[in-house]
Design a protein around this ligand. Structure first.
Ligand SMILES: CC(C)(COP(=O)(O)OP(=O)(O)OC[C@H]1O[C@@H](n2cnc3c(N)ncnc32)[C@H](O)[C@@H]1OP(=O)(O)O)[C@@H](O)C(=O)NCCC(=O)NCCS
Length: 191
């Protein structure tokens, strides 16, 4: 698949107050495409980050890993998984279905890297938008997505979560094909 082997390096730089904590932390975490062996790590992150009623089941996660129209990304180091993101690949858009970073690794840019990976994938694959749904009551989250270029659109999704409403957000992206594709397009134009 086109996104296999795509990797981003994220320097892990915990806040000073947490540096002496005993929680083991990675020196570096990478964003990479998930593999089936990541499933227990992804399930752990899900259980740390979402209340039961908002979690994806292991079965759904396995399905996402196998699906040709979804991709799963992890923030990790070696086999350790600190964050996960599930994308739905629609013809004209990418949808961030789920994104989470383990509490002990938050605030160090991992979540931002995952979102940027989604934006880069959309750009490279010629999709025009990246969409997502966010908890309408979580102002910090909505503002965070806004800082990454997302805008709220359309009416709120009443009852989207068992315990609350959601807002739809989207970011528009410009096509930025890989170098080889760009060269071919330029060569075709010259003919
Ligand atoms: C949203 C989330 C993925 C961000 O991950 P992250 O690695 O901490 O993100 P970054 O380090 O790139 O950015 C940190 C910023 O996230 C923002 N943020 C967004 N939602 C947040 C939340 N619910 N709790 C804390 N911070 C949040 C804060 O503004 C924070 O900035 P600050 O450290 O200056 O206060 C992470 O907070 C998370 O997993 N939350 C729980 C799951 C969730 O709500 N997922 C979104 C479903 S739509």
């Amino acid at each position: 698949m086109a996104w296999e082997g795509t990797v981003c390096r994220v320097k892990f730089n915990p806040p000073f107050s947490e540096r002496s904590s005993r929680i083991p932390r990675p020196a570096f975490a990478h964003v990479r495409a998930a593999c089936p062996e990541d499933l227990p790590g992804i399930a752990r992150v899900e259980s740390q980050c979402f209340p039961v009623e908002r979690r994806s089941s292991r079965r759904a996660m396995r399905q996402s890993l196998r699906s040709p129209t979804q991709s799963v990304w992890v923030l990790g180091r070696g086999s350790d998984v600190f964050g996960a993101m599930v994308l739905f690949h629609h013809p004209k858009s990418l949808r961030i279905y789920s994104i989470a970073v383990a509490p002990e690794c938050r605030g160090t840019g991992g979540g931002r890297r995952l979102v940027r990976m989604a934006l880069a994938l959309a750009r490279r694959s010629g999709r025009q938008t990246v969409t997502l749904e966010a908890d309408a009551n979580d102002t910090r989250l909505v503002n965070w997505y806004a800082s990454l270029g997302f805008c709220v659109y359309g009416p709120p999704l009443t009852g989207y979560y068992p315990d609350g409403d959601a807002v739809r957000m989207r970011a528009k992206v410009k096509w930025d094909p890989p170098a080889a594709e760009k060269k071919k397009a330029m060569d075709d134009e010259r003919k």
